[in-house]
Write a protein that binds this ligand. Structure first.
Ligand code: COA
Length: 260
């Protein structure tokens, strides 16, 4: 794949995708969004990759938003299309079927905050800043942010971030549950990698079913979500990994999962 705006490094079971426009603080232009779609489409079916780390190039920004240059010509019709197309890419990440860890290494503003929200786990460096500053441009978040932020941190806090456009620092993001962990910048990628390796060491059928079940809380009633949980639990019980996991526990040894 010939990528202009991303770096894609598939290694043993863990792939790292880096948004690579540091001179523009990794702002997402049309090409970056198209390349994200292509890379994540490939990752989805690549059986050698179990976990993905998503980060930004440089020490200043994860992603400082969608590329504001490309917003200026939008009208009602093209604006709706712009938002829907972006949502499709972020939905692809959320529904990848493999864990995606956002390693947020600086500004995560607008589409950058929304991109982190579409990931399954967020680890931030101490210098990270989060915000939905779209109101300052006369628009609202358009890549799922109004929906995912409220579901993650609650409607009141999401409303405040989206209505004020104010930035919050990493410590505040941790306090309100927007990120899972905050570490010094030098520790960010090593921490994300050790989390990724931990997830890759599990049985991947169970990981996949867990992602599906927990993602379902975005839209299901408790009762429908529990029905889905029961059928996914059943799928796990039919796997060799389940037999291996339970047998290994009883035999007091580490399981050797085969993802079958
Ligand atoms: N779209 C396009 N270009 C962007 C951008 C964005 N979202 N964010 C930053 N850039 C560009 C700047 O235009 C500048 O380019 P230039 O060097 O060619 O002039 C470069 O990235 C560096 O940004 P700069 O603003 O000079 O850095 P800073 O340290 O002074 O400020 C921010 C950093 C993040 C506070 C500031 O860049 C900013 O507010 N960005 C926009 C954030 C935003 O509104 N995002 C939501 C978009 S919907």
């Amino acid at each position: 794949m010939n990528l202009q705006t991303l770096l894609f490094e598939p290694r043993e079971k863990v792939a790292t995708v880096t948004i690579n426009r540091p001179d523009k603080l990794n702002a997402l232009n049309a090409q970056a969004k198209a390349e994200l779609r292509d890379v994540f489409t490939q990752i989805k079916t690549d059986s050698n990759i179990d976990v993905v780390i998503l980060t930004g190039a440089g020490e200043k920004a994860f992603v400082a938003g969608t590329d504001i240059q490309e917003l200026t010509a939008l009208n009602a019709e093209s604006g709706k299309e712009f938002s829907s197309k972006g949502q499709e890419v972020f939905d692809l990440i959320e529904n990848l079927g493999k864990p995606v860890i956002a390693a947020v290494n600086g500004y995560a503003l607008g589409g950058g905050c929304e991109l982190a929200l579409a990931c399954h786990i967020r680890i931030a460096s101490e210098n990270a800043k989060f915000g939905q500053p779209e109101v300052n441009l006369g628009i609202i978040p358009g890549y799922g942010g109004t929906q995912r932020l409220a579901r993650l941190i609650g409607r009141g806090r999401a409303m405040e971030m989206i209505l004020t456009g104010n930035q919050i620092d990493a410590a505040e993001a941790l306090r309100i549950g927007l990120v899972n962990k905050v570490v010094p910048l030098t520790e960010l990628l090593p921490t994300a990698l050790s989390m990724a390796q931990l997830l890759a060491s599990k049985g991947q059928i169970a990981i996949r079913m867990a992602l599906k079940a927990v993602n379902m809380t975005q839209e299901a009633t408790l009762s429908d979500g529990q029905k889905l949980e029961a059928s996914l639990f059943g799928v796990c019980c039919d796997s060799e990994d389940f037999k291996e996991g339970t047998t290994a526990f009883l035999e007091k040894r580490k399981p050797a999962f085969k993802n079958k």
